[in-house]
Design a protein around this ligand. Structure first.
Ligand code: HEM
Length: 154
């Protein structure tokens, strides 16, 4: 039961931007230009194109939501990215090396240096956690918890 003198929230929710110059227009551009490079890449293009064929507009919208959630804390992305990537048995560690190479190059092309570095450090963190689950989950102490579903990676 609520009490009129006892507000549920004492302060409005604050939306924290990691940098004041980052906005949806910039995120749009980073995502569009990055996946243009991915689609045309000899190593990664076939992996992405075969899985996403016919659904590229939806994928790009989802990725904009994901980056908007990360960089503008809008909470627009609601998925379970770890689980999605763990199902991609054909993906190898060297594919992450290439993914990050393209991501870094693209961020530097599209954004100012300090902003590019912010995008890149977040991408590197996510790429590391995906790789830990994809390639090392059986070798770390939490292995059994992963298998039993106790840890979902999200
Ligand atoms: C070699 C590395 C990677 C490959 C091959 C890859 C591939 C893919 C593919 C094919 C999809 C579409 C899945 C589908 O809809 O069927 C996808 C989705 C996604 N990827 Fe990656 N990815 C890689 C790395 C990353 C990294 C480093 C990030 C984050 C920084 C990322 C974030 C996402 C997200 C958020 C989704 C949407 C998942 C969902 O909610 O459906 N990916 N990825």
């Amino acid at each position: 039961m609520s009490h009129p003198d006892f507000p549920v929230r004492s302060a409005p929710v604050t939306r924290h931007r990691v940098h004041p110059d980052i906005d949806e227009v910039m995120i749009d551009k980073v995502v569009e230009t990055f996946y243009e490079k991915i689609r045309n890449d000899a190593q990664l293009g076939p992996i992405f194109n075969s899985r996403i064929e016919g659904r590229w507009p939806e994928h790009l919208t989802k990725m904009k939501d994901f980056w908007s959630s990360l960089m503008l804390t809008t909470g627009r992305y609601k998925g379970r990215p770890m689980q999605v990537h763990m199902q991609m048995g054909e993906v190898k560690p060297e594919d992450f090396t290439r993914w990050l190479e393209l991501f870094r190059a693209n961020a530097h092309e599209v954004c100012a240096q300090d902003i590019a570095d912010l995008f890149i450090s977040r991408a590197e963190k996510v790429a590391t956690s995906f790789q830990l689950c994809m390639f090392y989950k059986d070798r770390i102490a939490a292995g059994d918890a992963f298998k039993s579903g106790e840890i979902t990676g999200n």
